[in-house]
Design a protein around this ligand. Structure first.
Ligand code: PGA
Length: 248
């Protein structure tokens, strides 16, 4: 049985005052709820780890370099993320792929670096709007997935986040049938690549998940949770999403 996961991606938002919001969220959780992961900017990782100590909320980074250390000004390694006490890292978000020209090969190398540092990689994939309206949507996503994943992944080292680029921050979401079809395809690809272990890897949906649409999205069999951007910044918005996941 896969454990459900509600993950929040704060992106380049937040300062020390958001720790109050994180404390509120942390205090509201019980130990029998879904797994919760918050990914603040790198500047807040250590503080966020402190704020969520001994709680069901874990903390992750938003990106890591492929190398463990060295002459890479401005970058953060998976080892450094580990050093803060954070347990996970988002890899290959479409904003990284777009803003920083990250290729599938880069993403794969980053996922390998995360594993080498013992951090859970939340690996993002997803199509553009043109790819969604074109004829080969599922093939394109499958190819991106296959080229981005490291070998030997397990449910303990990898989570996939399916995030259609056109749904991120737009208030638009795919139809429920499209979500089901895409997640079922991803599950089949994971099993094809990793055998039985592919069944243990969680698949999150991301892109404009809100309190109002979360419950329906979570009815899909191969949706194991969500990666939430905007609605993860306030405990009052994120909690109803966590509750919908717990009830699904
Ligand atoms: P959104 O972002 O929930 O604000 O659409 C999701 C994401 O980019 O992870």
């Amino acid at each position: 049985m896969r454990r459900k996961l509600a993950a929040g991606n704060w992106k380049m938002n937040g300062d020390a005052t958001l720790m109050g919001e994180l404390a509120t969220l942390t205090q509201a959780q019980s130990s029998d709820g879904p797994d919760i992961l918050i990914c603040p900017p790198a500047t807040l990782l250590a503080q966020a780890v402190q704020t969520t100590q001994n709680s069901p909320v874990s903390i992750g980074g938003q990106d890591c370099h492929t190398a463990t250390k060295g002459a890479h000004t401005g970058d953060v390694s998976a080892q450094m993320i580990k050093d803060t006490g954070a347990s996970a890292v988002i890899i290959g978000h479409s904003e990284r792929r777009g803003d920083h020209h990250e290729t599938n090969a880069d993403v794969r190398a980053k996922a390998q670096a995360a594993r080498a540092a013992g951090r859970l990689a939340v690996l993002c994939i997803g199509e553009s709007e043109a790819e969604r309206t074109g004829p080969d949507t599922l093939d394109i996503i499958a190819a991106q997935l296959d080229a981005s994943m490291p070998d030997g992944a397990t449910g303990d080292t990898l989570v996939i986040a399916y995030e259609p680029i056109w749904a991120i921050g737009t208030g638009r979401v795919p139809t429920q049938d499209q979500i089901i079809e895409t997640h079922d395809m991803i599950r089949a690809e994971l099993v094809k690549r990793f055998g039985a272990e592919g069944d243990a890897i969680r698949i999150l949906y991301g892109g404009s998940v809100k309190p109002g649409n979360a419950a329906e999205i979570f009815t899909a069999q191969n949706v194991d949770g969500a990666l939430v951007g905007g609605a993860s910044l306030k405990a009052a918005d994120f909690q109803p999403i966590i509750d919908a996941l717990a009830a699904s």
